[in-house]
Design a protein around this ligand. Structure first.
Ligand code: NAG
Ligand code: NAG
Length: 185
């Protein structure tokens, strides 16, 4: 029983760690950063990424020459800098994406948006593995039955299935690992 509890505790901490790692950081423009130099194609850059809720969008730039404005779609299309929803000016701005859908950004320095320094972060997927939701679901998962340790016990796999996360593979890997720990530790 103690072993099962320990294995489950380990499983929970690993799963939580994986969730934190799962929130990706995307540096806009990769090594080019946030700039007008070289006509970087931010549309193309953005199209190659699969953004998720909780991901972090990092704008790195020289704050003497650029900034970041979050704007509406209409403002984005028109490069209209008159009423941004938010303005960032540190040169090292990390913005956590909290909702699905389009998030429009451009540089508010005159001419820069027109020159192509604009990016549309389109978040298609919601990352269901938020730490809060997993914590509550683990509390509500059925209690571990008195396990027959050692020996292959298919019943051990049952409660672990409840931990299987919506994003499949990690949860499955964790369940396999936990089953291994329970049976062989
Ligand atoms: C820019 O946006 C503001 C606020 O939405 C609007 O009042 C203004 O007419 C717009 N300017 C242009 C040139 O589209
Ligand atoms: C930029 O921001 C990140 C996280 O917000 C921080 O870890 C990093 O040290 C910052 N870098 C600079 C050069 O300020």
């Amino acid at each position: 029983m103690a072993l099962v509890k320990r294995a489950l505790a380990l499983l929970m901490s690993i799963t939580l760690a994986m969730e934190l790692i799962h929130a990706a950081v995307y540096k806009v423009g990769d090594s080019a950063g946030w700039t007008t130099i070289g006509n970087f194609d931010y549309k193309k850059w953005s199209a190659t990424k699969t953004f998720q809720v909780h991901d972090i969008i990092l704008f790195k730039y020289n704050a003497q020459f650029h900034n970041v404005m979050r704007v509406t779609h209409a403002m984005y299309k028109a490069c209209n800098t008159s009423a941004p929803l938010a303005t960032y000016t540190t040169g090292n701005d990390s913005i956590t994406i909290k909702t699905r859908g389009h998030h429009f950004f451009f540089c508010g320095v005159p001419g820069h948006c027109q020159a192509g320094q604009k990016v549309d972060i389109n978040v298609l997927q919601s990352n269901e593995m938020a730490p809060t939701s997993s914590a509550s679901s683990s509390e509500s998962s059925p209690p571990v039955p008195s396990a027959k340790v050692p020996g292959p016990a298919p019943s051990n796999a049952m409660p672990l299935k409840a931990l299987k996360s919506p994003s499949g593979n990690i949860g499955l890997a964790m369940a396999v690992l936990a089953t291994f720990l329970i049976n062989f530790s």
